[in-house]
Design a binder for this molecule. Structure first.
Ligand SMILES: [Zn+2]
Length: 503
């Protein structure tokens, strides 16, 4: 049988050249039409999103509000477009999830547990069709919410591959954003950016110090996940020769990638006893001790702000040079007014003017850099931090003798962090005092006090008096929400074999 296209000549014998040419042209035109239709439709979707309209099911926390279609013809036919609108309890849940993640740095699993503890207050999401609904929060639902940029108030399109690559995330450079806020944000932009920057650092680590699920696990480690290596990894607990150590051994999970942490010692380890002495003294003196206020005041007074002062001087110098450049530019302009346009003198003036303009731009860029450096500088403790401390009771604490769960509870609510330093035997201990958690902190400390109930004489106290570092950053807009108090405590090497091991 012979098949012929409707616009091909019907020829059952003889030359086929004309027929083949006609067919190939038809194929090319058809292919063009398909791609053209796809591109037009895609362009339409991009415009739709840039104008702030929503595509598809609204994300958890939002409902869709219908609007009359802007095209009168389509509106006539009853077509509508939708924008997002916060959805009561669901919207509050999204904000709560972001706050837990941001302020307490909780893992997805822990957040899901908290949400599931009160399903009336935090209603679980329902997937389309409801067939897959599990009636509870899962890790992936929490993760999806924290990764979805629509919660920042912008419409975003093309985040994921819809047909190909099984819904994999596209490169964020290819995402299509609405140029301005188009619905009420549930997570502030700055918080969203910070959360996404942090995500990779926290990846794969679990919260708390519950035993590992590996069958060979025999014990837990009190400071699990709280001791940080200068390389950015967290140290893990290890039992050796009847003593507990915290270890950073990058080769362990970077086999075949020797350059992942260049310059890192083969193994870095520190004894738990040394850490706990310092941590105990820190809480005993700085948080619950009778002289905590004086110690904090001393720290505020001696905070090292040399770098800030240097930046201030540099900024003043740049401002002066800017004023000078403005004056010289005005001068050049005045001379140019009296010249003919083609005059070589006028051309020289124009060149000078452009050079001055270049210098001015450089100076402005430098000032912007300085502003950025100032903004990145960690905030220092202020008198407000002392007020937070005043809300805590005075207690005599001997943390080293307290049962592990009680200690862990206190460290978790105050977000204890121990940072080791590459260049010295020092470590920096920092905690945060969230204002809304003060009663819980008091209760945890009081519990420890009752359990141990012995006066403490700390060996470390005498060694950790010199405050040399600024406190960690206060990461919230509301000054009352969180205050961070940071204190350096010197950790001497305990006995032989503790510390750095060369490669
Ligand atoms: Zn390390």
């Amino acid at each position: 049988m012979c098949r012929c296209s409707q616009n091909e000549p019907i020829k059952l014998d003889g030359g086929r050249a004309q027929q083949i040419l006609q067919r190939r042209i038809n194929q090319s035109v058809a292919e063009y039409e398909v791609f053209n239709a796809l591109e037009l439709s895609r362009g339409g979707l991009c415009t739709h999103v840039r104008e702030g309209w929503n595509i598809g099911k609204p994300p958890y926390g939002y409902t869709s509000k219908r609007y009359r279609h802007p095209n009168p013809m389509k509106a006539e036919r009853g077509a509508t477009k939708t924008r997002l609108e916060p959805d009561g309890l669901h919207a509050q849940t999204v904000t709560q999830i972001a706050q837990w993640r941001y302020h307490e740095n909780l893992g997805y699993s822990t957040i899901a547990d908290r949400l599931n503890a009160d399903p009336d207050r935090y209603p679980p999401p329902v997937p389309p069709g409801e067939r897959r609904a599990r009636g509870a929060w899962g890790k992936s639902a929490v993760c999806e919410i924290l990764r979805n940029p629509k919660y920042t108030g912008y419409q975003v399109f093309n985040r994921r591959a819809s047909r190909s690559r099984r819904g994999a995330y596209n490169d964020p450079a290819l995402w299509v954003w609405s140029p301005e806020l188009v619905h009420e944000p549930l997570i502030p932009q700055w918080m969203f950016d910070e959360l996404n920057a942090r995500r990779q650092a926290k990846r794969g680590s679990r919260d708390g110090n519950e035993p590992n699920t590996h069958p060979a696990t025999r014990r837990t480690y009190l400071l699990r996940g709280m001791v940080h290596c200068p390389c950015g990894r967290r140290l893990y607990g290890q039992q050796r020769h009847h003593a507990t150590y915290y270890v950073c051994w990058p080769r362990g999970n970077n086999r075949g990638r020797p350059e992942t942490y260049p310059g890192h010692p083969k193994t870095l380890y520190i004894g738990e006893a040394a850490l706990l002495d310092a941590v105990s003294a820190f809480y005993g003196d700085r948080v619950f001790g009778p002289h905590r206020r004086e110690l904090l005041t001393a720290e505020i007074a001696s905070a090292d702000d040399r770098a800030t002062r240097e930046r201030e001087a540099e900024r003043e110098r740049l401002q002066r040079s800017l004023t000078d450049l403005d004056r010289r530019q005005a001068n050049v302009l005045r001379q140019a007014q009296d010249c003919e346009p083609g005059d070589p003198f006028a051309q020289g003036l124009r060149r000078t003017y452009n050079e001055l303009e270049e210098q001015r731009k450089t100076a402005l860029a430098k000032i912007a850099d300085l502003d950025e450096a100032d903004a990145a500088e960690p905030a220092r403790p202020t008198a407000d931090a002392a007020e937070l401390l005043d809300a805590l009771p005075y207690l005599v604490l001997n943390l080293t003798d307290a049962p592990e769960p009680l200690q862990r509870r206190l460290y978790e609510i105050t977000q204890l962090t121990v940072r080791l330093h590459t260049d010295s035997d020092h470590a920096t201990i920092s905690i945060r005092l969230p204002a809304d958690q003060l009663p819980a902190i008091t209760a945890a400390a009081a519990g420890i006090h009752q359990q141990t109930h012995r006066p403490v004489t700390s060996k470390v106290t005498g060694r950790s008096v010199d405050p040399v570092r600024a406190p960690c950053r206060v990461r919230t807009d509301d000054p009352r929400f969180t205050r961070a108090v940071l204190w350096p405590a010197e950790l001497r090497r305990l006995g032989p074999g503790v510390g750095w091991l060369g490669p």
